[in-house]
Design a protein around this ligand. Sequence first.
Ligand SMILES: Cc1cc2nc3c(=O)[nH]c(=O)nc-3n(C[C@H](O)[C@H](O)[C@H](O)COP(=O)(O)OP(=O)(O)OC[C@H]3O[C@@H](n4cnc5c(N)ncnc54)[C@H](O)[C@@H]3O)c2cc1C
Length: 440
Amino acid sequence: MENKDDHPHGNGNGIHHDENIVIVGGGIGGLACAVALHKVGLKAVVLEQANTLRSGGISITLWANAFRVLDVLGVGEKFRTMYTNIQEWKIMNASAKPLGKLVLAECEGGPHDVRAVERQVLLETFAGELPEGTIRFNSRVTGIKQSERQTGLTEVELQDGTVYSAKVIIGFDGQKSVVGSWMGLENAQAVGQVAIRGMAMIPNGHKLEPNVNYFLGKGTSSAFLPVNTTKAYWFIIKNQSETGFGDTPPEQVKEEALQFSKTFQSPDLHFLINNTSVENLWKGSIRHRLNKTTDHLVKGNVTVAGDACHPTAPYMGQGGGMALEDAIILTQKLYHALREAPDTAGSQGAEVAGEADEERIHQALVEFQHERYSRTYSITLKSHQIGQANNSGWAVMDFYRDWFLVKKSLNKETFMLPAQFYVEELPGNSIVSSVKNTLY
Ligand SMILES: Cc1cc2nc3c(=O)[nH]c(=O)nc-3n(C[C@H](O)[C@H](O)[C@H](O)COP(=O)(O)OP(=O)(O)OC[C@H]3O[C@@H](n4cnc5c(N)ncnc54)[C@H](O)[C@@H]3O)c2cc1C
């Protein structure tokens, strides 16, 4: 696909860039997508509102499906050597009474990758794979419209007045997606739970076992796990309908976490929160949206992916994994639409070629959404249900959760199924996936 004009034109606030592919949002999904596109020879720019790669100094638990994506992008081994592989999943009540546990290697298809990975390292690794200038920081997208200059082009406008025109726009811009709003998607809804998460630094080394320790309380839940030998990730979740606390001073968030952690009889949890600096804390509302159909997920040559497409409660730890899968599958579709396309321009002229590109791109985006729908829908739904059951706060529900749901979930045959989704290698590479995607 030829770029008509890569050089910005216009003056002052009216600067105009023509690009082939624009990705809105330089988070986990947007950067992974840019790397994948780059690897198959499709040029993209990433518009990121922040002035730098920024992730709040915390971790994200990545499972085998996400590691498969990292392998396809050529960076999986780096993360395997840096981060502890989790061996056991232990669930306790708030008094630390064991409710059940599972040895992950014994689960169907094991051994498995389950690691808490530093978000910042993930972002920096992806950024390091990209040609200089791919990520445009301080680029907050405020508006989108079909181009009046040429059919098949869409324009995104930045807060400072700069305009990018592109043949493909991908909204990887998170749960409050501007791209999604333009496409007519409803906002992700707060589910009435608030999370505080953080990463503790213990320079002399901690003594944690390589396990996830999960606590279920009354209307609350919490967990901690080692990231590596000197860092550990923790979170607490409680029922709270309040939103809009983005301006809460981090010292106050830490105090809140410390006070709240007393709900759980876990000296390790208190220790970890105490050893978390205020820069490594995050507090936010949990949000989700179930897309009833794929109808509003493609508009012309614009689509959404990652949290912008399927905002998911974090109870299965799969939101980031699904964003990474999206990045690869979307790239595969665009590659087939653009790199393998017949040479229409040669025989019928540029205008016909433009129309053919436009149609192929649209079809590729539609196919992408159809392919992703059942998996992302089922995980989004199940994550929400787990959150409601874990945090209901009703005594009867808590009894059912502790004596039935926990045992049902800690099942060697089924526990790892959501992570057993393996994307295919990128086109042009030699390794071919031998595992079929069966469940989602
Ligand atoms: C408490 C909690 C725990 C979680 N734990 C896990 C876990 O263990 N494992 C897991 O896989 N997932 C987890 N998730 C989910 C995971 O964080 C998300 O699914 C993942 O970050 C989605 O990536 P993304 O790139 O789609 O969006 P984001 O990471 O949200 O990135 C969006 C990017 O777009 C940028 N942006 C937004 N608007 C604009 C705009 N208008 N213009 C330009 N740029 C814009 C933002 O600055 C940001 O950089 C958790 C989520 C929460 C809330």
